[in-house]
Design a protein around this ligand. Structure first.
Ligand code: ATP
Ligand code: MG
Length: 250
């Protein structure tokens, strides 16, 4: 790649090339990723789907620098993640990446507001008052800011986690089954907040999900099978996602 290539403002927020991940050794080897090429556009909401064990979480963890790939490259914007040492990785995760997990991972002794501000405190960054207000409006938490996580419903806790991910304006948010622990109504709420943050804040989101209804909130769905990217659809509906999944399982 030439210097000009690496310096241009990439329209893709995240790019993986020829990504492989092998767990274990010898007979116990598992090829979780077998050469994945995929790019995630800036300001787009993308879902990753596929059968259990197809490599979705592994892909997300390698893209987010939570796990190291066996070979291949990952770029977050213009930074090659696969070339960084542990310290640089920690910084990159803190400054450019947001996370939302199935378990909400909130700190129980902090209020909702303190949880949301935590990433900024850790990075010693000044909170952007305007952005804070917009995020709180977007996720509808204004009257819950002083509550501790145990005083909130599951859906509200996940909305706090979404707000916490949004507040540092990360280049990309990775979400692994963000609605996995929620009833369908709270799940729909969280998904529509993710959708709104893409539309109104220009946020880039990559979400792993099992649920065709959840995937249909995305702009694009990519499908994994046995560690390979095998299909993708744009402007998905629950039915088109389901149809594609059925074809993959056949
Ligand atoms: N730490 C590990 N050690 C060994 N094998 C692993 C490890 N983590 C994952 N695997 C294997 O890698 C493959 C892909 O796993 P991964 O967790 O990425 O799948 P997934 O698509 O997220 O599945 P699910 O839908 O069940 O969450 C599976 O065969 C799994 O058993
Ligand atoms: Mg998984």
């Amino acid at each position: 790649m030439t210097l000009t290539d690496t310096r241009r403002q990439a329209p893709e927020a995240v790019v993986a090339r020829a990504l492989t991940k092998v767990y274990g050794q010898g007979d116990a080897q598992v090829h979780a990723l077998r050469g994945v090429d995929v790019a995630f556009a800036t300001g787009a909401f993308t879902a990753i789907m596929g059968p259990s064990g197809s490599g979705k979480s592994t892909l997300m963890h390698c893209l987010a620098g939570l796990d190291t790939a066996t070979s291949g490259t990952v770029h977050i914007g213009d930074v090659e993640l696969t070339g960084l040492n542990d310290k640089q990785l920690t910084l990159l995760r803190r400054e450019r990446i947001g996370f939302i997990f199935q378990a909400f991972n909130l700190l129980p002794t902090l209020t909702a507001e303190q949880n949301i501000r935590l990433p900024l405190e850790i990075a010693a960054r000044q909170p952007d008052r305007l952005l804070f207000d917009r995020v709180i409006e977007t996720v509808g938490l204004r009257d819950r800011l002083a509550h501790k996580p145990t005083e909130l419903s599951g859906g509200q806790q996940q909305r706090v986690a979404v707000a916490r991910a949004l507040i540092s304006k990360p280049q990309v948010i990775f979400a692994d089954e963000p609605t996995g622990n929620l009833d369908s109504r709270s799940g729909a709420e969280v998904l529509s907040f993710l959708r709104t943050s893409v539309r109104e804040l220009g946020q880039t989101i990559v979400m792993v999900t099992h649920d065709p209804v959840a995937a249909a909130y995305a702009d694009r769905v990519v499908f994994l099978r046995d560690g390979e990217l095998v299909s993708e659809i744009s402007a998905p509906s629950p039915q088109s996602v389901l149809d594609t999944l059925m074809k993959l399982e056949a």
